[in-house]
Design a protein around this ligand. Structure first.
Ligand code: FAD
Length: 279
């Protein structure tokens, strides 16, 4: 299928121990057979994983792959962001996923950036066109949005602040993504919005995540996964079928790539890619 030409990327979170780093390097090597465009690495709000994110992107670079650190701005100062941008530049990074992030509970100091559009504008003002900037998109609406229209307008403002492309929150209803892309195009914003793909391997964890981030698991799917209880093999088999089908339809509908939330595992993402003919 033509999907071979669409870039895929894989997202990791930073590991906390040397053993974790060794395991993640193995996961990365397994996924590298798919020739991903880049590996991205998440960044804890307020810089809580700063060192881990830097070390993980460094090791991805050292292994010869492209790395894209995420950078969240809530709770940060301009000086802090300037310093980390300079560190990223020094280690040869030229792609960033720019986010607002969420303040950890109990923290009240939002710092010097309120929203991701301010971070995007700051990165552009400080570093010109050095970085390719990705931002987050929410086809099913960000959980804190005032309403769907203001969320769409805020997204377009963020793109117009200097982002090059976006990665979406995961979803299982393809219409949410297609309508979102269509609404952006109607508003004159036609930069690429790459769908974020969440493999299904564990129902209770997925349900927890989805509640938190506002991603809807369709009722029929939730009910079926729930009914499998502890039967992990059946959950994985249905998950593989449903998510492979979603990816195939997305690429057929013109999605500009696929970004996998790997949760630092290779198997589920690899199986999906193999299922849809990516080698
Ligand atoms: P924003 O774009 O700033 O939007 C946040 C909310 O504010 C939305 O409701 C929006 O409608 C509203 N808003 C935006 N701009 C304005 C404005 N100018 N005026 C008024 N309201 C506005 N979190 C992490 O902590 N680390 C990560 O590494 C990370 N990676 C992610 C990667 C992807 C692809 C995605 C989809 C999410 C990721 N997140 C990560 C989660 C993200 O940080 C949260 O969803 C967070 O709540 C919002 O971040 P944002 O950049 O989308 O915020």
């Amino acid at each position: 299928m033509s999907s071979q030409t669409q870039p895929i990327s894989f997202e990791f979170f930073p590991t906390k121990t040397p053993e974790g780093a060794t395991k993640l390097a193995l996961v990365r090597e397994k996924l590298s057979v798919l020739k991903p465009h880049y590996f991205s690495v998440t960044y804890g709000a307020g810089g809580s994983t700063q060192e881990g994110t830097i070390n993980t992107v460094k090791s991805i670079k050292e292994a010869g792959y492209s790395a894209a650190p995420h950078l969240s701005c809530i709770g940060s100062t301009e000086t802090g962001i300037r310093d980390i941008l300079s560190t990223f530049k020094d280690i040869g990074i030229n792609r960033i996923v720019a986010l607002r992030g969420d303040l950890p509970s109990g923290h009240r100091d939002v710092g010097e950036f309120r929203y991701a559009n301010e971070l995007v504008a700051f990165i552009r003002a400080e570093t010109g066109s050095h970085f390719h900037i990705d931002v987050a998109a929410y086809p099913e609406v960000h959980p804190q949005a005032k309403n769907s229209l203001s969320d769409l307008n805020n997204f377009i403002t963020k793109m117009d602040a200097g982002a090059d492309s976006a990665i979406s929150q995961y979803f299982f209803n393809i219409d949410a993504y297609l309508y979102f892309v269509d609404s952006c195009e109607k508003a004159g914003m036609d930069k690429p919005i790459v769908p974020g793909i969440m493999p299904i391997t564990n129902y209770s964890r997925l349900a927890g995540f989805s509640d938190m981030c506002g991603a809807e698991i369709p009722r029929w799917l939730a009910k079926r996964l729930e009914a499998y209880g502890d039967d992990i093999d059946s959950i994985k088999a249905l998950g593989l079928e449903v998510v492979s089908d979603l990816c195939e339809k997305l690429l057929a509908a013109g999605a500009p790539g696929l970004h996998f939330y790997t949760l630092n595992q290779s198997k589920a993402s690899l199986e999906i890619c193999q299922n849809i003919g990516l080698k």
